[in-house]
Design a protein around this ligand. Structure first.
Ligand code: PDD
Length: 286
């Protein structure tokens, strides 16, 4: 079965799907995106992802391409047409097509909208989670507005590639003061010596991950103690557990940082239980 993409109003086979070379997403990464998990054919946390999309668009003064209702329909239809049971949904909104000129295009330029969906092997992801992943650390050299989910991800691309070359699954960015900000495509967490969940506040330096928000809610509902504060690599190395969160990873245990094992070098019980219970707290669509 050929995969189908939604591109600016039409559902087209992936191999025919194309955008204009003057699309500002292509020219300037003048675009925002979202990635949602699809589980048993349903979109996970759609409402929160669309809320964050609206915020990203607002911060960049990109008009919404379609109404939230129409977008919801397109998302579901893309999942349906691709017959995705377990997988990922990707959506990107760009400032549209215009002659290359840095300043905004004329008012009325139509924003671009692309939606794709693909299946993923859930059993394989579970096997990865059972082993846990290694992370490396790299200097955070990104711009200040990483709270906006833009497609300007080249620093993240280089960080993730460095991780891959080091045999690791993720790179953690470190800010100028020596604190972990987040992963190349995930939020970073530890379980402190005292058993407290620690993750950086979402006010500065990170993307407010939807998975992060849901894990915070799940932890609070389970009576676990959470501290939203920055932490250093040294604290992470001495921690009981570490993990990352993202729509693509859910809760993924981290077992090594820069080659040094965390605790006994195995996924910790809290990380495993938060992963197992994540979907109790997530909003699962129809
Ligand atoms: N990335 N931080 C960064 C830099 C991210 O790119 C992501 C997700 C997150 C976690 O956000 P959420 O829990 O809402 O997925 C944090 C997506 C999955 C990606 O780029 O593929």
């Amino acid at each position: 079965m050929s995969r189908i993409a939604f591109v600016n109003g039409r559902y087209v086979p992936l191999r025919e799907a194309a955008v204009h070379i003057d699309d500002r997403g292509y020219q300037f990464a003048d675009a925002v995106y979202e990635v949602c998990e699809v589980r048993e054919g349903r979109i996970v946390d759609e409402r929160r992802h669309l809320q964050r999309l609206a915020r990203s668009l607002g911060e960049l003064s990109i008009p919404s391409p379609v109404s939230p209702r129409a977008l919801g329909f397109v998302l579901r239809e893309t999942v349906r047409q691709n017959r995705v049971r377990d997988g990922l949904l990707y959506l990107q909104v760009t400032r549209g097509v215009a002659r290359r000129e840095h300043a905004f295009p004329p008012v009325g330029t139509r924003p671009g909208l692309v939606v794709t969906a693909r299946a993923r092997d859930r059993a394989k992801a579970e096997r990865v989670a059972e082993a846990g992943i290694a992370v490396i650390t790299v200097a955070d050299n990104r711009w200040e507005r990483v709270d906006i989910k833009t497609t300007a991800l080249v620093a993240n691309v280089l960080a993730r590639q460095a991780a891959r070359e080091a045999g690791a699954g993720e790179a953690w960015f470190i800010d100028d003061a020596g604190f972990v900000t987040e992963g190349a495509a995930s939020n970073a967490w530890i379980v402190s010596r005292e058993g407290v969940l620690v993750t950086r506040p979402a006010e500065r330096g990170i993307l407010r991950g939807i998975t992060r928000t849901v894990v915070c809610e799940l932890a609070a509902a389970s009576g676990l103690k959470i501290e939203e504060r920055p932490f250093r690599v040294s604290e992470a190395l001495a921690a009981r557990e570490a993990f990352i969160t993202a729509a693509t990873q859910i809760v993924m245990p981290v077992v090594k940082i820069d080659g040094t094992p965390i605790a006994d070098g195995k996924p910790g019980p809290l990380s495993r239980s938060l992963r197992a219970r994540f979907h109790e707290a997530a909003e699962i669509g129809d």
